[in-house]
Design a protein around this ligand. Structure first.
Ligand code: NAD
Ligand code: ZN
Length: 364
């Protein structure tokens, strides 16, 4: 079992990583010296797959275990659902010494984490991420929250988990499009980390899609280590943590302009990464022909290299109202070289517009 240490200003906590790690979840939580009950929050899909076995794992380690199931899907990240969970926790007589265990993808992790951070001003919080995206991204770093009608992720807090159990075997039931969704973020980490990682993806993507653990586990580890390194320096996202937004400016623009239905987050990030790499080649003379290599890799994975049915003008205006970019001509993450990101780069509006138009199907 690999144990990585997350070390942030507010909390230090272990991230346990290995195939079948989830079988140890109860013992590992017991070893943290938190005897209270465990309330598992999961969604309807994950409940059918793993809830029974995860309950057993905690019961065997001596915990009283309860479970609350939310409907699968982004809609669960709402204040109404959080309110229901607060009442359920109260009904289950959950107290400060008890813990919420988020068993699921990023939706469950964000929602359960938000509830754990606010119920009785904060109770124990364990993450067992079950999607690739949540394993490499949302389960670590402590951003928890819900959506409001007007915008995604606008209400929330920073609340680090007390323990994360990352078991890549759980990905075996994940639909392929969800796996590819997470791979867009893995590619982001590769571009942030260096050519060795990027090359490993180029040469190993088929093995990854087949979930060969010998390849998946070390790659998931690299992503987690990268994020933990960034978050340990900048937990509250005032500076360096912004590197994690590589590909996310243009990506958010496409997601928003497509009303969050035309393109999924991962698809939009794939397109955003392509834009960021192309702009990096123009501004920093990024060497290594990464725009073509990235385009080829995205195609092999079935991620888009163009968008259609969305007006590029709408992408540009969505970019300007993005909470992460007050001015469309600034604040992009670019790459000087692979593995060397630069935050807050000024990209002039003309270049940005050109690249957003080029990503449109039929664009040049
Ligand atoms: N907190 C953060 O730092 C952060 C970072 C990135 C994304 N997010 C958030 O994460 C959410 C997206 O997360 P996601 O992509 O994991 O989506 P998700 O949680 O909706 O999961 C995707 C789908 O896969 C199903 N599923 C989960 N695990 C499964 C498994 N092992 N086998 C079969 N099906 C399974 C779910 O039921 C769901 O239908 C968004 O709300 C986003 O805002 C948060
Ligand atoms: Zn993302």
């Amino acid at each position: 079992m690999i144990q990585l240490l997350a070390s942030t200003r507010s909390k230090e906590y272990p991230v346990y990583l290995s195939a079948a790690a989830v079988r140890e979840a109860g013992n590992l939580w017991s070893s943290r010296g938190r005897p209270g009950k465990v309330v598992i929050i999961t969604d309807s899909n994950v409940a059918n797959l793993f809830l029974g076995s995860v309950e057993q794992v905690f019961v065997k380690a001596g915990f009283a275990v309860k479970a609350i199931v939310v409907d699968a899907g982004e809609e669960a990240k709402s204040l109404a659902e959080a309110t229901r969970l607060f009442s359920e926790l109260f009904r289950l007589q959950t107290r400060r010494g008890d813990a919420v265990c988020a068993l699921g993808g990023g939706v469950v992790g964000d929602l359960a984490g938000f509830v754990a951070s606010t119920y009785m001003r904060g109770i124990g919080f364990v993450q067992i991420p079950t999607t690739l995206l949540s394993q490499v991204d949302s389960s670590i770093g402590g951003k928890v929250g819900i959506n409001i009608n007007e915008a995604k992720n606008y209400v929330g807090s920073f609340y680090q988990p007390d323990m994360v159990i990352t078991d890549p075997e759980l990905l075996k039931t994940l639909p392929r499009e969800q796996l590819v969704e997470g791979l867009a973020e893995v590619i982001k980490y590769a571009l942030l980390s260096g050519d060795e990682f990027f090359y490993a993806l180029e040469s190993g993507y088929e093995e990854f899609l087949m979930l060969n653990m010998a390849l998946v586990e070390p790659m998931v580890r690299r992503c987690i280590e990268y994020k933990l390194g960034v978050v340990s320096e900048d937990e509250r996202d005032y500076g360096r943590r912004a590197v994690l937004n590589l590909g996310h400016s243009v990506g958010h623009g496409i997601e928003t302009a497509g009303n969050y239905t035309a393109y999924s987050h991962g698809q939009a990030v794939a397109l955003g990464l392509l834009a960021a790499v192309r702009i990096s080649e123009q501004i920093f003379s990024l060497p290594g022909d990464y725009s073509h290599r990235l385009e080829a890799l995205l195609e092999l994975l079935g991620l888009p290299t163009h968008y259609q049915g969305i007006d590029p003008g709408a992408v540009i205006s969505a970019l300007s109202s993005d909470k992460k970019a007050d001015d469309i001509s600034a604040n992009m993450v670019l790459l000087k070289t692979i593995g060397e990101p630069v935050i807050n780069c000024d990209v002039d509006a003309t270049m940005l517009r050109r690249e957003v138009e080029r990503l449109a199907a039929g664009g040049k």
